[in-house]
Design a protein around this ligand. Structure first.
Ligand code: PEP
Ligand code: MN
Length: 338
């Protein structure tokens, strides 16, 4: 931490600052300039907060010099982390596409969806059994039986499953049903107790960006998971809320390179919840891969017009297949494979 003294600071003010640094178990480096004295606190500065110093007489301002997120930061690891899901690498050279319906509905729907996901060449399958709905009267997901339908459709096709965990009390059930990737939804990005619990398990986690979360808040949320010991975290940009009302959310393409500069962990993009309309999904998906995304999370339904949830943003099986082939060209242009 760096503490900048006021130009009127007395020797006693400076001594008090030095004392406080030493009390926290750190040492000081005092630099006396022509107009200002600057004190550097040397050691683990996370034990200190700027406010503790800014309230002291003679202190102008205090600031951290290291990032508050440690494990997820590039400072802790130079290369890219590849998260493996049943042997499928996420964050490596290959772009991974996770596809499937918004919600699990029936065994027949899931069987048709899994077949379409496989046929399109996607290697992982999504499907929500527990749905975070804006209205309490809307379909809330099938619950535990949804996990079974998802697993029964995906396993025979060697598709690892991705599904959202909303309530920490369901974590044991997720492990019992051998969910391959736990999704933490946008609305739960800062549910810290939930983050701490998924931090203790040995399962990859997709952490979606909160509706109005800054990159720093998102990185700190991931740090909660990492701090528990689970470093298999995948960030998912899914659009943020802005003043624009013409589409569901604004896909923050800028976040992709910005986040990848800050973290060594994989970053994927959900173009479906970003645009909210099926016709927008291909453009957003291509833009995401061009901008450096490591993968996509895409909603697809065997019959979108019959979907129980998010019908207007679901691709048809044919549209998913077409998207996969157009993604190949963009992936190749940025030195990736699909
Ligand atoms: C979802 O992926 O089904 C979902 C609800 O997404 P989000 O949390 O991004 O809204
Ligand atoms: Mn959805």
């Amino acid at each position: 931490m760096i503490i900048v003294m006021q130009h009127t600071a007395s020797a006693a003010d400076l001594a008090a600052v030095v004392d406080k640094i030493r009390q926290a178990g750190l040492s000081e480096h005092v630099s006396r300039g022509a107009e200002r004295t600057i004190v550097g606190a040397i050691g683990d500065e996370r034990a200190l907060s700027p406010a503790q110093f800014e309230l002291m007489p003679g202190v102008e301002r205090a600031m951290h010099v290291v990032k508050p997120y440690r494990i997820v930061s590039r400072e802790s690891r130079e290369g890219n982390t590849v998260v493996k899901v049943r042997g499928i690498p996420i964050g490596g050279e290959a772009i991974q596409v996770i596809a499937g319906p918004c919600s699990v509905e029936t065994p027949e729907q899931m069987d048709a969806a899994a077949e379409a996901v496989r046929a399109a060449g996607c290697r992982l399958m999504r499907g929500g059994a527990f749905k975070p709905r804006t209205s309490p009267y809307a379909f809330q997901g099938l619950g535990i039986s949804g996990l079974a339908y998802l697993q029964n459709a995906a396993r025979p096709r060697q598709l690892p499953i991705v599904t959202e965990l909303m309530d920490v009390r369901m974590l044991e059930v997720f492990l019992e049903y051998d969910v391959d990737v736990i999704q933490i939804g946008a609305r739960n990005m800062q549910n810290f107790d939930l983050l701490k619990e998924v931090g203790k398990v040995n399962k990859p986690v997709i952490l979606k960006r909160g509706l109005s979360a800054t990159l720093s808040e998102w990185l700190m949320a991931a740090e909660y998971i990492a701090a528990g010991g689970n470093h298999n975290i995948i960030f998912c940009e899914r659009g943020i809320r802005t003043f624009e009302t013409a589409y569901r959310n604004v896909l923050d393409i800028t976040a992709i390179p910005a986040l990848k500069r800050e973290t060594h962990l994989p970053v994927i993009v959900d173009p479906s919840h970003a645009g909210g309309k099926a016709w927008m999904v291909p453009s957003l998906a291509l833009a995401a891969v061009a901008a450096g995304a490591d993968g996509l999370l895409v909603e697809m339904h065997p019959k979108p017009c019959e979907a129980w949830c998010d019908a207007d943003q679901a691709l048809t099986p044919q549209e998913l297949t077409t998207l996969m082939s157009s993604l190949r060209g963009v992936a190749a242009a940025v030195g990736r494979t699909l």
